[in-house]
Design a protein around this ligand. Structure first.
Ligand code: CA
Ligand code: CA
Length: 295
């Protein structure tokens, strides 16, 4: 939970989404949804869809991982395209915005079920794919929709949406840290872990707490954009704001569980990454000025 004190890292973060995916999808598929063989942050199924090598974190060997390239709009298959050369990915059949649109309108669970049924009916198609990995069977639209869905959690704000100034005095630090800390105080259920909230909502089919968290995060995002971050904190503060937006998206997608359970599963997986990055940022912020934090 973002509002938790530093150091309270949740020790069993994988349980819920593994359980959720296992009950919703076959266990083989559940396993495949989380597998990241080369550890580059792109799951194997994503690598299949991007045509990158799931056993090599840097497919084109240009020094940037496939994940870094994709999340910043570079081509993981072109060594000339990376943050150093500045040459963005081109000739992509489907753009990032188009993928996100597909994800918004497509029911991913239905898409995946329909494709598989069609392929099982026509076994000649199976030889084209690896039957042990259901994601090699995906049709193009569902595949693009899944990628677009994942990308919708990759939030990057323009710099001018974050207020900052060059006052890095002791007073400015203290004021900023107090304001930043107070944002967490309106958390509606500070004693509940995020996994408990998700788990309760999914098992009882009651999304009241989820709705309360969505309004908490919406307010938190507005407040994050309103407070002035001393420039020393700018990068951390901007990234935290982006992660708050991504978290609100996760909560909204938990509510899809009865409509499109695959979106819920993918959102829970993304949330795990968001939570880890947030924890790292909180520790960095704390280490910059530990004396200003309340004990
Ligand atoms: Ca990978
Ligand atoms: Ca590249």
């Amino acid at each position: 939970m973002f509002s938790g004190k530093i150091g309270q890292k949740n020790k069993q973060p994988l349980g819920l989404y593994e359980k959720t995916s296992a009950s919703l999808l076959s266990s083989n598929m559940a396993k495949q949804t989380v597998l990241d063989t080369d550890g580059d942050g792109l799951r194997d199924w994503e690598e299949i869809l991007w045509k990158t090598n799931p056993n090599n974190p840097d497919t084109d060997g240009d020094g940037y991982t496939d994940k870094e390239e994709i999340s910043q709009g570079y081509d993981p298959l072109d060594p000339e395209s990376n943050p150093e050369t500045g040459k963005k990915a081109e000739n992509q059949s489907v753009t990032r915005e188009e993928r996100k649109k597909i994800a918004e309108h497509l029911n991913l669970s239905e898409g995946i079920a329909k494709t598989m049924i069609a392929k099982i009916k026509d076994p000649s198609e199976l030889t084209q794919s690896n039957p042990d990995n259901p994601f090699t069977l995906l049709d193009d639209e569902t595949g693009q929709g899944m990628l677009g869905f994942i990308e919708s959690f990759n939030i990057r704000l323009p710099e001018n949406e974050i207020k900052t100034n060059n006052d890095n005095s002791k007073e400015a630090f203290q004021k900023y840290i107090n304001e930043r800390e107070s944002i967490a105080l309106s958390n509606p259920y500070p004693r509940l872990s995020e996994d408990e909230v998700f788990s309760q909502a999914i098992t009882t089919n009651n999304f009241k707490k989820i709705d309360e968290f969505i309004s908490f995060y919406d307010k938190a995002i507005t407040n994050m954009k309103n407070i002035i971050a001393p420039s020393a904190f700018f990068e951390i503060h901007k990234r935290q704001t982006e992660l708050f937006i991504a978290t609100a998206e996760v909560y909204k997608n938990i509510k899809q569980i009865n409509i499109d359970p695959l979106k819920t599963v993918l959102a829970l997986q993304e949330n795990q990454k968001i939570r880890e990055e947030m924890m790292g940022l909180m520790i960095r912020a704390y280490e910059m000025a530990p004396e200003y934090y309340a004990q």
